[in-house]
Design a protein around this ligand. Sequence first.
Ligand SMILES: *[C@@H]1O[C@H](CO)[C@@H](O)[C@H](O)[C@H]1NC(C)=O
Ligand SMILES: *[C@@H]1O[C@H](CO)[C@@H](O)[C@H](O)[C@H]1NC(C)=O
Ligand SMILES: *[C@@H]1O[C@H](CO)[C@@H](O)[C@H](O)[C@H]1NC(C)=O
Length: 559
Amino acid sequence: MVHKSLVTWNIMLLMLARNGFVGDCQNLFRDLMRTGIALSEGSFVAVLSGLVDPEQDLEYTAMIHGLMTKCGFDGDIALVNCLISVYVKCKAMFWAQRLFQEVPAENIVSWNTIIDAFVKSGRPQLALEMFVNMSSRGLVPSQATFVAVIDSCACLKNFVYGESVHAKVIRSGFESDVVVGTALVDFYAKCDNMMSSHKCFSQIEEKNIVSWNALMVGYSNVCSSMPIMILRQMLQFGHLVNEFSFSASLKSSSVLNLPQLHGLVIKMGYEKHEYVLSSLVMAYSRNGLINEALSFVKEISNSLPVVPSNIIAGIYNRTCQYYETVKFLSLLESPDTVSWNLVISACARSNNYNEVFELFNHMHFACIQPDNYTFMSILCVCTKLCRLDLGSSLHGLIIKSNLYNWDTYLCNALIDMYGKCGSIDGSVKVFEEMTDKNIITWTALITAFGLNGYAHEALKRFKIMESFGLKPDALALRAVLSACRYGGLVSEAMEIFKQMGTAYRIQPELDHYLCIVDLLAKSGEVEEAEKIITSMPFPPNANIWRSFLEGSKRQTFVN
Ligand SMILES: *[C@@H]1O[C@H](CO)[C@@H](O)[C@H](O)[C@H]1NC(C)=O
Ligand SMILES: *[C@@H]1O[C@H](CO)[C@@H](O)[C@H](O)[C@H]1NC(C)=O
Ligand SMILES: *[C@@H]1O[C@H](CO)[C@@H](O)[C@H](O)[C@H]1NC(C)=O
């Protein structure tokens, strides 16, 4: 085009932004500025709407904000509202609130923008606080306000506050409104109150597919047969159904009605829809019809999408068909992290350890980000093979992946790995660096000390753990008893053992008995060991007898 008007530019900007060409949009915006044409509201709306990942775009947002002020658009409420929501998405609350304070307080759209932005960015508590502030100024909530506030209550499962909002909805006459009503249906469903949910549904004057689906999803989460009845009703009354209606019905299907539902899925042409297909496979698997699932998938399997493929492979894996798991997923064109995890886990379980490490390398080359499950599988293999070198380089990768800061289970597995591979320093280092320690963390550390021959230290840590108010469980007690067993700490172990049923309220199990009998027998206290064996509430197993007999033999020999 030779002559591009501002409208042309704006349309082009908007098209790029809406279709995810953010970089191109920003480049074009720069070109537009260079032409010297005066920007309009539409230019700013377009460029702002392109900010899909605002967390990385704060600087750019601030620049656009500056430009808006410079061009005299800072009084344009629609634009300011747009900017507020981008700032909230950027988690730049200071700027969002500052802007918000600048717009006239009676502007309900600004309130709605900021409340909605709070909900959408996962801060429903703040949204409710804003709503209270807004109400205290005597502003009348609109449809959009109610929807955002009810959604917040649903996120927080705040039943009491939600009910009071519901009362306000009734007073404002929005009860029959389809958008507000559907939000209420969803809210009550999330609070597990299907009776109120259904009642709100009935109040909606012109129900749409979203309202029907919200009701069905609610029922499907309480495993009732209602979703299927509702689906029949929808079809009977000639309402539209979509993939969400099917997935909700499939979620609550039974062996009896699943074939019929499947038939319906085929009839309505949803069989190859990825989401419905996944729900179908899940439904078959949940109802124990695994062979049926496998056979109907085989019929359409030439290009099965990744999610249902992972579900099928997950079934193979759970039923210990590891070869099938790997074979099935190797057909995938673009496996995702879940697929890789399944293959790695299947290889690890079938003891193909070399393949595990090879797969992990491949994953890296394919630029698939490993997650905590991946690391967990590999770490377990390192522990099993006692490969401290691989384990500690994995530790490096875990630190880089950022999981190190919050994934307690992964860190516990690291402590375990270092302990079992003989590096107590490694265990202690991970332990000290953790901020969020649970009972398993302490148990892993105590085990590590015990395994490496530091019985006194293990005992000391056990006491420290108790002094922090953590109540030892059966595994923690086993860890400290076996540390005593390896270290020959008889009186210390007996003291703990005697307190098990009383102070700790944990009945000793076989492992605990084994530790204590073995320890006593090895220390020559055969009579004491015999007393323990006779006091056992269940028959001793071969290991206990072996420990006891070996102790007695030694005793006879000494005498
Ligand atoms: C609500 O108003 C109070 C008092 O004006 C203020 O301190 C608080 O920050 C406001 N809440 C939010 C979420 O802005
Ligand atoms: C594979 O199955 C086993 C149980 O057999 C399970 O513990 C493991 O988590 C599964 N792996 C994956 C990646 O789902
Ligand atoms: C992995 O992280 C997710 C949360 O992102 C958590 O729900 C899950 O339990 C973790 N799994 C393991 C094996 O640590």
